[in-house]
Design a binder for this molecule. Sequence first.
Ligand SMILES: [Ca+2]
Ligand SMILES: [Ca+2]
Length: 312
Amino acid sequence: MYYQYSNKIFLISIILIISLVISCHEKEEGFFVGGLEYSFIPQGEFLMGCIPGDSLCWKEELPRRKVQIKEGFWITSTEITVGSFRKFTENFNYTPESQLKNKGRIFQNEINDWVWTSGVTWKNPLMPGLTVPDNYPVAQVSWKDAQKYCECMGGRLPTEAEWEYAARAGLENQLFTWGNKWIPVIDGVPQTNGPDITTKAIYSKMSIFNDYIDHYATYSPVGSFPPNGYNLYDMSGNVWEWCYDDFYYSRYNYSIDTNPPDSLKRKSKIVRGGTWAYSPEQHRLSERGVFESENFWTASLGFRCVIKKSKN
Ligand SMILES: [Ca+2]
Ligand SMILES: [Ca+2]
């Protein structure tokens, strides 16, 4: 009797595991994982860091140097969406940290600062009780949440070098994904979901691209603006994106084997790409944001994933 019962448990477990794998790795036309498309980025090399003449270049974006990407890789064409992230939490019985702690970080215009607020989670990223549709980028996710999702999909977060290489798409000496002009408009078409006039109408303290209107005060559905040359959407704006790498203040000047000074040691991670919120200059392709690697998530921060596999 016990033996039969054990066998039944075993069979049900196997079926559950198989169905989890299928639901996590559902294949559609092209290369899709978790319901999201991945684009192939070929191997190559590029110049990483500030372009010449960038007056807003921070010290930690230097020295500009040649970096080799020795193997091609696949990267999510869009930011990870609310819908895909929800399926991941259901399929893997995973509870994101914002949900566990029932709090998130949002901008409060009155005090011109970001504050932890209860009832704000990845399900309600902007205010308690307000959900966002499934095709919007997931935010209020910690580095651990993001890396866990990517691992489930068979990958990991992009390294900082992979991220910048993919974002530049072979274009050298470019300040932004759309070119070098501070107005993100080409032929009348808005090029990024950045802080704009519609954002300013809600958050008057935020700085915006001058006279820019993209019609999204906060998030936009992923893929709402033109892609770069690698078919990647929202490498500029919408939400900032976690990278795999640790951050040291002058990491570019230290080899991985070198211990930075104590004052520079922080448990921090790199974020890239700028957001819908606050600061236009953070959209520069070489801009390196930094947030705590533990116990941190915020309304303007999401991610995408890298999967290493051959092109064919
Ligand atoms: Ca906007
Ligand atoms: Ca983005």
